[in-house]
Design a protein around this ligand. Structure first.
Ligand SMILES: Cc1cc2nc3c(=O)[nH]c(=O)nc-3n(C[C@H](O)[C@H](O)[C@H](O)COP(=O)(O)OP(=O)(O)OC[C@H]3O[C@@H](n4cnc5c(N)ncnc54)[C@H](O)[C@@H]3O)c2cc1C
Length: 245
């Protein structure tokens, strides 16, 4: 017999976007089930720069310092240098504080700088581990790697989805009020809905493209799609789920 699990929000995808959303929902005691077919968080490095605004979200959630303690050694320079070749002539250098110096440096910033945090260099593969660890501390959050979203349907009063463990076994029927497609650029959820992923044909937009994430929220009779920075997307979904504008 198929097992049935009820949740408020089903999140498809355990990358930064899905994990951040699980943290936001969990902190408000909203039940959510996150599924991802990978055995765990990302193995490949991908992002290595966490922007100031994202660091501010981590600060609000209370673990910015833990993120800042990961990555390069605390006294390692994070300068950006332009060279003719790897060991060639240095043409220019942007001096940037070390991770250890960043909390003091931010206090001395003035002028047009408005963020409460400085950017930080750390590989996404380490950030995801921290986001997962934080999410799993929250009692209303259920994180299941090794599980794939196979299908879903809008029942009129909610979403009914089928989740399957990648190593086989009985499929799980999930009944939820919302389904969030945080399953990346090749999103299964987006494709099932017949939505195209728009890439703005403009040089600067294309450069910005890889740093953004697509996300789809489904609730009965309504589909909302966004594209933006992962932490900002989590806030958008949260506003919809909690009815906040
Ligand atoms: C080489 C490289 C360098 C980058 N550098 C930076 C950088 O310096 N700074 C920056 O901000 N960004 C950078 N990015 C972009 C950043 O990695 C992405 O924006 C980010 O990973 C998007 O997060 P996401 O959670 O939306 O999607 P993803 O990280 O793609 O996660 C989607 C998840 O959905 C899961 N999934 C897929 N199908 C299903 C399904 N059917 N059911 C359940 N789960 C499913 C996948 O397994 C995956 O884990 C870089 C990307 C690359 C590739």
């Amino acid at each position: 017999m198929t097992r049935v699990l009820k949740s408020d929000v089903l999140i498809s995808g355990g990358g930064p976007c899905g994990l951040m959303l699980a943290n936001e929902l969990g902190r408000r005691n909203i039940r959510c089930l996150l599924v991802d077919p990978k055995p765990g968080t990302a193995f490949n490095p991908q992002a290595n720069a966490t922007q100031a605004r994202t660091m501010e979200h981590y600060r609000r959630l209370g673990f910015a310092q833990e993120i800042r303690s990961m990555g390069l050694p605390p006294d390692h320079p994070t300068d950006i240098a332009y060279l003719t070749r790897f060991a060639g002539t240095e043409l220019a250098r942007l001096r940037l504080p070390t991770a250890a110096a960043a909390p003091q440096a931010i206090k001395a910033m003035s002028g047009s700088w408005s963020a409460a945090e400085l950017p930080h260099r750390v590989s996404q593969k380490f950030v995801e581990v921290k986001l997962r660890e934080q999410a799993q501390r929250l009692p209303s959050v259920d994180v299941r790697y090794g599980c794939l979203l196979k299908s879903f349907a809008d029942t009129g009063s909610g979403i009914e989805a089928v989740v399957q463990a990648v190593d086989g076994g009985e499929p799980l029927t999930v009944q939820s009020a919302y389904l969030v497609g945080a399953d990346g650029a090749r999103s299964f959820v987006r494709k099932q809905l017949g939505l195209e992923l728009c890439v703005v044909p403009h040089a600067s937009a294309e450069l910005a493209g890889p740093y953004q994430a697509p996300l789809v929220l489904i609730r009965p009779d309504q589909i909302v799609a966004w594209r933006g920075h992962t932490s900002a997307l989590a806030s958008e979904v949260l506003a919809q789920v909690t009815g906040r504008s």
